[in-house]
Design a protein around this ligand. Sequence first.
Ligand SMILES: NC(=O)c1ccc[n+]([C@@H]2O[C@H](COP(=O)([O-])OP(=O)(O)OC[C@H]3O[C@@H](n4cnc5c(N)ncnc54)[C@H](O)[C@@H]3O)[C@@H](O)[C@H]2O)c1
Length: 419
Amino acid sequence: MKIAILGLGYVGITAAACLASQGHEVIGVDPNQTKVNAILDGRSPISEPGVEDLIAQAQASGSLTATTAMTRDVASCELVIVCVGTPSAVDGSHSMTHIAEVSRQLAELVRANPATRLTVAYRSTIRPGSMEELIQPILESVLSDVKSQIELVYYPEFLRESSAVKDFFAPPKIVVGTADGQASAVIDELNKGLDAPVFYVKYRESEITKFVDNTFHAVKTVFANEVGRLCVQLGIDASEVHKIFVSDTKLNISANYLRPGGAFGGSCLPKDVRAFQHISRTSGGNTFMIDSLIASNEAHKSFLFEYATRNLEHGSRVLLLGIAFKDQSDDLRESPNVDLARMLITAGYQLSIFDPHVEPQNLMGQNLGVLSNSPFIRQLLVDRKSAEDTEWSLVIDTRGTIGNYSITAARIVDINRLA
Ligand SMILES: NC(=O)c1ccc[n+]([C@@H]2O[C@H](COP(=O)([O-])OP(=O)(O)OC[C@H]3O[C@@H](n4cnc5c(N)ncnc54)[C@H](O)[C@@H]3O)[C@@H](O)[C@H]2O)c1
C-alpha cells in the first residue's frame, strides 16, 4: 500500500519505520527539516529501540522517503495517517492547532488533485467530537463533496514509548472509528496479520478510548503510589503488599468492579474506605485519590437519581426493584439504593419498593438500625404480586433482574449497568 504519514514524532516515525519494514511504500511528511533530513540519511530522529535499524533498512530498500511539504505524491497514496501532536493548551485542553492545520493542508491538496481518493486515518489523541465538529467541517469548508474523495477514520494509537516497535506489531487492541461504526476496508487490509481484538465503533467511542486508557493507567499509578506511600509511612513492607495485591487476578487485577453502573455500598466498602482515609490523614499520607472516593461515590448516587428520573412527572408511580445493597442479599447497610429511595421520596414521586430478599421481620443487628433510620422502607415495600399487578410510570432496576418478573412500566431504567 502507498501510505503517507503526516507528523514525524514518536508515533509517526515508529509507524513510518514499521510500515516500511512490512513492504509498504511510505512517505513521511513533517515541517521539521532536521527530522526529515535524518530519515533521508537513514537515521532515526528519535531514540526508540529498533526504529533506527528499521529506518536504515527502509532507506536502503527505497520503501521510505520524507519531505517537509504536503506534495502531490501524498495525493496519490491510498492511505494517509495523521500523527501530528496535540500538546496541552494553557487551559488543559488539547491544542488542536496542528490537527486543524494539517486537515486544511490535506483538503487543499485534495482540491488541487480532483482525482484523489484517500482513506485518512487520524491517530493523534483528540477530544471526543473532534472528527465531526472540527475535522469534518474543515474538510467541508474546502471540498464540496468530502465523502466522494475522503474516507475519514479515527484510529487511535496504543503504543508506548521505549517499546513502540513491539507494541506497533502487537497492539493490545485495534479500534476503528467511522461515521457509521462500520469497518474500513483499507484499515482492515493494513492490519491483516495483526493478532489483536478489533472494535468497529462510531467516531466518539473511538475518540474517547485513548483518554479512558491513559486515565486508567494514571489511576493505577496514583493508587499504587498512594498505597506504597502509606505503607512506607506505617513501616509496612510495600513490596509484600504489592505482591499479595497483584496475585489476586479474580477481584483485584481483573474486569471486576470496572463496569459503570451502581454506586458502591454495603457493609464493607464505604466503612473501610472511610477508615483507610482516616489512617492516611493521621499518618500524613496526602492520599488525594483515595480521599476523593467517598465524595465521588456520593456524586454518582445523585447522577443515577437524575439519570433515572429524567423527564419524569412529579407524583409519578415509581417502583424501585432492589433495595438491599446487592442482589440475593437482605443487607441494607449503606445500601446506595436506600439513598436513592430517599431521593425519590423527597422529589415527590409515589415510591414503592420490591426486593424479594428483604423481609423486615427477618432483619437483625445493624439492619434493624437501618429500618428505624429509614422507616419508609417498611412502609413502601410491596410483594411480588403488587409489583406485577401495578402499571408503573418508571421502574428503576438496581439489579438487572427485571427479566425475572412480569413487571409492566412506561419506562424501565437499569442503573446496574450504564454499559
Ligand atoms: N508518544 C506516544 O507514546 C503516543 C502514543 C499514542 C498516541 N499519541 C498521540 O499521538 C500524537 C502524536 O504524538 P507524538 O508523541 O508522536 O508527537 P510529537 O510531538 O513527537 O510529534 C508531532 C509531530 O507532528 C509534526 N507536525 C506538526 N504540524 C504538522 C503538519 N501540519 N504536518 C505534518 N507534521 C506536522 C511536528 O513537527 C512533530 O514532529 C499525539 O496526539 C499524542 O497524544 C502519542
